[in-house]
Write a protein that binds this ligand. Structure first.
Ligand code: CP
Ligand code: NVA
Length: 320
């Protein structure tokens, strides 16, 4: 059974197929066409942390494809009322996919380990693969071939930047991280990517001039992720020199695009001038969450025999 716990679960060609499916579905939606490819399929959404984009884009996405979604918050008692084994073996009988936002990455891995229903990581402390799918789709909007282009993430080695680093390696992009050294991705995290993708071009720096000059995209995220609230004051002090503002952006090319996974803390990691500038793609980026995840759901349905290439062809969608 296929799951998406991390982008390491995908081959490069599979990632391209998911993005292509999402892009074709997006084009159809823009023409007012909503093919019912996942008719009567059910998506469970198991969330331990708050969400706007992930929750609503998955629910809207599967509804537009003819399926339905159900939100499962604390009251279902995951980890409190019964064992995870009992929980997921039961849930798998009612549903076709589960998207899970968990405090701990190991919790999502544990759900997948039972192999009863495809599990999708909707963000953990370690990674955010669905965000990376939308990030790639957004960057492809300014030219489909990402190879050789550079994304500079300003912030810490967190769930979003780890997934972006891996997504960059899978697409031949240069990945740069700008921030305080003590918040860099670890050597072992970088090595894990390099082992799988030996040509991965990754560099972390505290010097804006070193990593912003060649950037096609500058990306940032909150300084304090969900669950790190106790470190908030220290992080505000440590990251203050790395605020993405007009002065910092002077190190980048004038046509450099700006990305942010949102939600943003305006006035902290990014200023209004930059996030609202003509170079900002953040609103489309959030919109692409839904399109990219539709690509993912369709691809998972194909893997599990719930959908065929002929079903797609009947709607004018090609499998690349
Ligand atoms: N970017 C993102 O995952 O947003 P939410 O936390 O609102 O889902
Ligand atoms: N790094 C942030 C991303 C939110 C989408 C967090 O984990 O809170």
């Amino acid at each position: 059974m296929r799951h998406l716990i991390s982008l390491f679960d995908l081959q490069q060609s599979e990632l391209q197929t998911i993005l292509s499916l999402g892009e074709q579905i997006k084009t159809l939606l823009e023409r007012g066409v909503r093919p019912p490819l996942l008719a009567r399929q059910v998506l469970a959404m198991l969330f331990e942390k708050p969400s706007l984009r992930t929750r609503v884009s998955f629910e809207a996405g599967i509804c537009q494809l003819g399926g339905t979604a159900m939100f499962l918050g604390q009251e279902v008692g995951w980890k409190s009322r019964e064992t995870t084994a009992d929980f997921i073996r039961v849930l798998a009988q009612y549903t076709d996919f589960v998207v899970c936002r968990a405090k701990l990455h190991s919790s999502v891995q544990e759900l997948a380990s039972f192999d009863r229903v495809p599990i999708i990581n909707g963000l953990t402390d370690l990674s955010h693969p669905c965000q990376a799918l939308a990030d790639l789709m957004t960057m492809r909007q300014s030219g489909p071939d990402l190879a050789g282009r550079q994304v500079t993430f300003v912030g810490d080695g967190n769930n979003v930047s780890r997934s972006l680093a891996l997504a960059s390696a899978m697409n031949g992009m240069k990945f740069r991280l700008l921030g305080p050294r003590e918040y860099f991705m670890t050597d072992s995290e970088l090595q894990q990517i390099s082992q799988r993708y030996p040509n991965a071009d990754m560099l972390q720096s505290e010097q804006p001039e070193e990593v912003l000059a060649g950037a096609d995209f500058v990306y940032t995220d909150v300084w304090t992720s969900m669950g790190q609230e106790a470190e908030s004051e220290r992080r505000k002090r440590d990251f203050a020199p790395f605020q993405v503002n007009e002065k910092l952006m002077r190190h980048a090319a004038s046509d450099c695009k700006v990305l942010h996974c949102l939600p943003a803390k305006r006035g902290e990691e990014i200023t209004d001038e930059v996030i609202d500038s003509g170079h900002s793609m953040v609103v489309e980026q959030a919109g692409n969450r839904m399109h990219a995840q539709k690509g993912l759901l369709i691809w998972l349905a194909l893997q599990h025999g719930q959908l065929s290439a002929a079903d797609l062809a009947a709607e004018g969608i090609q499998l690349s």
